[in-house]
Design a protein around this ligand. Structure first.
Ligand SMILES: *Cc1c(COP(=O)(O)O)cnc(C)c1O
Length: 220
């Protein structure tokens, strides 16, 4: 990663935003650093990037306390599935949680937030392509889940999705944007390395970009 890579992505974000008559500054770039060691993350921090995404609580707990110490102002987003028994740890470690997708997790997060007196922003993940292997609540279950999350005191910032692979993502992004509008939510966490410009033209407020910044991830 060089600072040129970061500025190239920022330019692409600004251009996509301009197409939709939005500002680049309305879109938060979440640099997805999962699987990458601290040495790979530091150049990005040195270039001024402060918002990062991780998909595992344990990995984030290993990497980020030291990096946060060295680089003040970091905002850390959990973008992966969260088990209820890790809710307490996640609430302390993360500033935003993007995969709230079921009532049991809403309850665990509410309890953890009360205990820690800390309220990270929450995004409700929607299984936008109705795919059995993916997380996210069913579209039909969204109103009830949203209501229970709000009733439990979770700060719901918006919706998040991972559209089906290998097909045009645009219709799924447009659908998520409509669901958010209907629910009165402003945040839209959608778009990754291959499709973030499309997501931005359709209203994304948070794009989650990994490989376009860091290169391919090491094989698991
Ligand atoms: C890994 C991951 C990303 C980043 O994917 P890239 O294609 O590398 O940009 C975004 N969102 C989620 C939920 C992820 O797990």
């Amino acid at each position: 990663m060089t600072s040129d890579t970061l500025s190239a992505i920022q330019t692409r974000i600004a251009k996509a935003a301009a197409i939709a008559d939005r500002r680049g500054s309305d879109v938060t770039l979440i640099a997805v650093s999962k699987t990458h060691p601290a040495e790979a993350i530091e150049p990005l921090l040195q270039a001024g990037q402060r918002v990062f995404g991780e998909n595992r609580v344990a990995e984030a707990a290993d990497k980020w306390p030291a990096l946060r110490e060295a680089y003040p102002g970091v905002e850390l987003h959990l973008i992966g599935q969260l088990q209820s028994n890790k809710a307490a740890e996640a609430v302390v470690l993360f500033d935003a949680i993007h995969a709230v997708d079921r009532p049991s997790l809403v309850a665990a997060l509410a309890k953890a937030m009360d205990a820690a007196d800390r309220r990270p922003d929450c995004f409700i993940q929607v299984n936008i392509g109705d795919e059995p292997q993916k997380g996210g609540c069913a579209i039909a279950d969204l109103p009830a889940l949203l209501e229970s999350a709000r009733a439990a005191g979770l700060p719901v910032a918006g919706l998040m999705c991972l559209p089906p692979a290998d097909v045009d993502a645009a219709p799924y992004f447009a659908l998520l944007a409509k669901l958010a509008r209907d629910a009165g939510l402003e945040g839209l966490s959608m778009g990754m390395s291959d499709d973030f410009e499309t997501a931005i033209t359709l209203g994304a407020t948070h794009v989650r970009i990994g490989s376009a910044l860091f290169g391919a991830r090491p094989a698991a």
